[in-house]
Write a protein that binds this ligand. Structure first.
Ligand SMILES: Nc1ncnc2c1ncn2[C@@H]1O[C@H](COP(=O)(O)OP(=O)(O)OP(=O)(O)O)[C@@H](O)[C@H]1O
Ligand SMILES: [Mg+2]
Length: 300
């Protein structure tokens, strides 16, 4: 899958190579092949049930693939346990939040530092390190609150701070922006760019298409467990297979059928609404009516 010799100087940070995951009769991931590079933000997007979290579980070692390989920093880690991948520099946040509810936000980060570094008894994190991390992710004002009392969006940022305490080379973020308001999401996007500029690789599963299109260098699209498109945000927006997968129709459908009232209604019915096109009117080659968009008077 890669042009680079495995383990060579230019091997991608992460390579997912023809991964298959079957749960009984369900094929959750079907020959998925993609990479994520250091110093970049990579998006993994797709409709609900497409297999995104299962891919993350395979990458992080929680799920053994039925077939296929995962390489991280040039080494085959397919059979490696979670803690070994973590030690090698893989950090992950979860769709379901994992922080200790009865501890304060600050103590949650302290524990994360302890887990990553302090247990060896070599380095104890200073209060300054912890507070700098809270500040970096923008949750300083919640430092003394119990983790189970903070808003969901803030809890996601706490997850990110806990993850960053391990100084990961690759960050796997599963729906990190859910619960954030618009301005928090903007700040979060800036933080992701900043983390990538430090040389980290970020692989993000995310349903907020504004964020994905705004911050990702590369996007891979999963549908029914298979990668159906990979490219820059502009390429992904224009890709007919992506438009079909998310919207239930494609470039091949004559335009008058798309804007006509009855065809519009059936298109809406078939639409997988979790991924409404973003910037459809700005860059897509086909003008896609957004779900629920009002149809102009003159075409009704
Ligand atoms: N442990 C499991 N046992 C059986 N089926 C599973 C299991 N985990 C996931 N699946 C199935 O695998 C498919 C992919 O699920 P997955 O959670 O990876 O999707 P997803 O893309 O993360 O979806 P979402 O956007 O809703 O989070 C779904 O059909 C799901 O029902
Ligand atoms: Mg998921």
């Amino acid at each position: 899958m890669s042009d680079h010799p495995i383990g060579g100087a230019h091997a991608p940070l992460l390579e997912v190579d023809h991964v298959v995951v079957q749960f009984g009769g369900v094929t959750a991931v079907n020959e998925a092949t993609f990479v994520a590079d250091a110093g970049t933000v990579t998006g993994l997007i797709g409709p609900n049930g497409a297999g995104k979290t299962t891919c993350f579980n395979v990458i992080s070692g929680l799920q053994k693939p039925t077939r296929g390989k995962v390489r991280f920093r040039g080494r085959n880690v397919t059979g490696a346990p979670v803690h070994r991948r973590s030690k090698r520099g893989m950090g992950r946040t979860f769709q379901r939040l994992e922080a200790f509810g009865s501890l304060s936000v600050r103590d949650n980060v302290r524990v994360a530092y302890d887990i990553h570094r302090g247990l060896a008894g070599l380095v104890r994190p200073g209060a300054k390190d912890i507070d700098a991390l809270l500040d970096r992710v923008g949750i300083s004002s919640y430092a003394d609150e119990r983790a189970d009392s903070i808003p969901t969006g803030t809890a996601r940022l706490l997850e990110l701070a806990r993850c960053l305490a391990g100084d990961p080379k690759l960050l796997l973020l599963d729906e990190p922006s859910s619960g954030l308001d618009e301005s928090e999401t903007d700040d979060f996007g800036d933080l992701l760019r900043d983390l990538a500029a430090e040389g980290r690789g970020i692989l993000m599963v995310e349903h907020d298409m504004d964020l994905v299109m705004g911050v990702c260098d590369t996007i891979h699209v999963l549908d029914f467990g298979s990668i159906i498109a990979s490219g820059t945000p502009g390429e992904i927006r224009r890709d007919p297979a992506v438009q079909r997968a998310y919207l239930g129709y494609s470039d091949e459908v004559p335009e008058h059928e798309l804007v006509g009232a009855s065809a519009g209604a059936s298109a809406v019915e078939e639409t997988r609404t979790d991924l409404v096109p973003v910037g459809a009117a700005t860059e897509a080659t086909t003008v896609i009516p957004a779900v629920g968009a009002t149809i102009p008077e003159d075409v009704r």
